[in-house]
Design a protein around this ligand. Structure first.
Ligand SMILES: Cc1ncc(COP(=O)(O)O)c(C=O)c1O
Length: 371
């Protein structure tokens, strides 16, 4: 700062933070490697894009962009409450489920508190806990799946939240209805389970996959997070929601920025909810293509983890994930290396359109041949 003697530094909790590394940007990769065509299968986005109804609503909403949005996202909140069969006061809408994770942390966590996460879980939970100076208790997985029994055993008098991504990113594995129910029954009343169902629309094809909102309605202590970024194809507008107890939602309402969900996001969200046919098409395509991709990889002797989401965690040993990532990038294929998730010999590949998946498989073969 202006006076060199004044040390102006962030809170100590923030000092070790590294910027979040998102999936590589397509235009940058094009320029960097002088490529004509780049395919991105890196951020678990929807290969078919949003519903045409959502796009039409977005265009219509553009006429009102000089105004602030409805700060309560009234229409969207009502549509979500109706869809989930809960009260509007039990729904909070945010700029992606990412914002809701952060709001939970800001509202409830501080130094001295603890959160429980599992070892290879979605990283934003850990970051939210660390941001607030809370202790993050990490529990090893059981065969690539959250070990809910061990997570329950890790709860102490200081625990505020147990974060459960169901299915988890990047493993794609899920906990069954029976497992989740058993876990929620044993959870002390002063602890809240955060059940993140970002991939709910894909995972529900499995008959033993739980809809965690049912447990909330049955009086269990949890908040459920969902997003429009994945199956609904609206990652770019940033829209997610939380369903939970009135008191918790009311608290989130008090800490959220007043206009956190934009006019286009609210309009697109309502329209997307009204297009069940598009959602069905997306989910069916992903299921079909995921099976084909799994089979093709297996045919090459390459194992992948059975996934309930729209991506596969692919084991690439004896290669390192980051070298395979680079070799694919040079061919214009963007996937994700998984070092930061504790999988140095894996990559994560989002299921794309059929031609994109075919191109991935051929680039993957080529990359393995060259390494
Ligand atoms: C498990 C999980 N939760 C939450 C998110 C965040 O999604 P968004 O902030 O786009 O709603 C993601 C995104 O990859 C995810 O995988």
């Amino acid at each position: 700062m202006a006076d060199a003697n004044i040390v102006f530094s962030p809170r100590k909790e923030v000092q070790g933070f590294e910027p979040y590394v998102p999936g590589r940007d397509m235009e940058n990769v094009k320029r960097m490697y002088k490529l004509k065509r780049v395919i991105k299968l890196a951020s678990n986005e929807n290969p078919l894009g949003p519903s045409p109804k959502a796009l039409a609503a977005l265009k219509k909403a553009a006429a009102g962009l000089h105004r602030y949005p409805d700060g309560f996202s009234t229409n969207l909140r009502q549509a979500l409450a109706q869809r989930c069969k809960v009260k509007s006061s039990q729904v909070c809408v945010g700029a992606g489920s990412d914002e809701l994770i952060e709001l939970l942390a800001k509202a409830y966590l501080g130094p001295g508190d603890e959160i429980v996460v599992s070892e290879h879980a979605f990283l934003r939970y850990r970051m939210a806990g660390e941001l607030m100076g809370s202790r993050v208790v990490t529990v090893p997985m059981n065969v690539m799946t959250h070990d809910l029994e061990a997570m329950a055993a890790a709860v102490t008098a200081r625990t505020k939240f147990v974060f459960i991504a169901n299915p988890n990113n990047p493993t794609g594995t899920y906990n069954t209805r029976e497992q989740l129910e058993e876990f929620l029954i044993t959870l002390p009343a002063r602890v809240v389970a955060v059940v993140d169902e970002a991939y709910f629309e894909f995972a529900r094809l499995n008959s033993d996959y739980p809809n965690a909102i049912d447990f909330f309605k049955a009086g269990r202590n949890l908040v459920v997070l969902r997003t429009f970024s994945k199956a609904y194809g609206l990652a770019g507008v940033r829209l997610g929601y939380a369903v939970g107890p009135d008191a918790l939602i009311d608290t989130l309402e008090r800490v959220r920025p007043p206009f956190n969900v934009s006019i286009p996001a609210q309009a697109a969200g309502v329209a997307a909810l009204g297009d069940g046919a598009h959602l069905k098409r997306v989910v069916a395509l992903v299921a079909r293509e995921k099976k084909a991709m799994e089979r093709a990889l297996k045919g090459m002797g390459v194992p992948s983890v059975r996934s309930a989401a729209n991506f596969l965690l692919v084991q690439v040993s004896p290669h390192r994930g980051d070298e395979l990532f680079e070799a694919l990038l040079r061919q214009g294929m963007i996937v994700r290396a998984m070092d930061e998730y504790g999988f140095p010999e894996h990559i994560r590949v989002t299921i794309g359109r059929p031609e994109e998946n075919r191109m991935f498989l051929s680039a993957f073969r080529e990359a393995r041949r060259l390494l």
